[in-house]
Design a protein around this ligand. Structure first.
Ligand code: ZN
Length: 257
């Protein structure tokens, strides 16, 4: 079985000192590729170095909505400078919008998100989007700045069927992680019916969102639990789900597996 962890944060202080063990544990479970996403500018080169040291790890750069600042007004330029030197990044992310937090203010999140989206559109790199409680605003931003032709994913997706259909039309797929191990709600069951198989990917979001029965920090090896959760909800074999989610990740992120 070949599994891709489409979204995690190996740069995280909780994980970065134990990468050899943590990645070997993941490979033993069938993980063949891991996409790690930085969340602040100071992590961009950490992400790159992890990818350089571990050939199974690919990296993406961006500023997460929780960490946007006024001083990021020139984020488009910063991404451009980094990309000129580092053509090996595979996507822009983690970027997005989060209405479930009070700070940073939402207008600032929107401004910095849209600048990063513009960059992804201009260089045609896929995007990894975080969106909580802001799907309407996300759709508005995409209308305004467009979507890269290469598409992208909304990670830890928890939206409804209607929301999924809206974003599929814009070229977006969806990854899910630990929530697949929770008691499935009707909403999750119905949404999976719509996004599976073509628009569904697996992730862990390590060190966050540990699957049921595990503790923080979450690790990429736990993707096997998320896969089993998906198997129980979707009613297809783990082998089939691994195969289609890996194919989707290969297509969107142009991975060589
Ligand atoms: Zn994340």
């Amino acid at each position: 079985m070949k599994i891709v962890d489409a979204h995690c944060h190996l740069e995280s202080p909780e994980l970065k000192d134990d990468l050899h063990k943590l990645l070997n544990d993941a490979y033993r479970e069938g993980v063949v590729k891991i996409i790690t996403s930085s969340v602040i500018i100071d992590e961009w080169y950490i992400s790159k170095n992890i990818s350089k040291n571990f050939p199974e790890v690919e990296y993406t750069v961006g500023v997460h909505p929780w960490y946007v600042k006024d001083s990021h007004f020139d984020i488009y330029k910063k991404l451009g400078e980094f990309y000129t030197e580092n053509r090996d990044l595979i996507a822009i992310g983690e970027i997005g919008l989060d209405k479930k937090i009070d700070s940073p203010p939402f207008y600032l999140q929107q401004m910095i998100f849209e600048e990063q989206m513009k960059f992804a559109v201009d260089v045609n790199l896929p995007v990894i989007i975080h969106c909580r409680g802001a799907f309407n605003e996300l759709a508005e931003s995409l209308k305004k700045v467009g979507m890269p032709k290469r598409g992208g994913i909304i990670h830890a997706f928890s939206g409804s069927v209607d929301i999924a259909l809206t974003f599929i039309k814009k070229g977006i797929s969806f990854s899910m992680g630990g929530a697949l191990t929770y008691k499935p709600s009707n909403k999750r069951i119905e949404t999976l019916k719509v996004i599976y198989p073509e628009h569904f990917l697996l992730e862990t979001d390590s060190p966050d969102i540990p699957p049921v029965g595990t503790e923080k920090p979450n690790v990429p090896a736990n993707i096997i639990l998320n896969l089993k959760g998906a198997e129980a909800i979707i009613g297809r074999s783990a082998e089939e789900i691994a195969e289609v989610t890996t194919k989707n990740a290969e297509r969107i992120f142009n991975l060589k597996i």
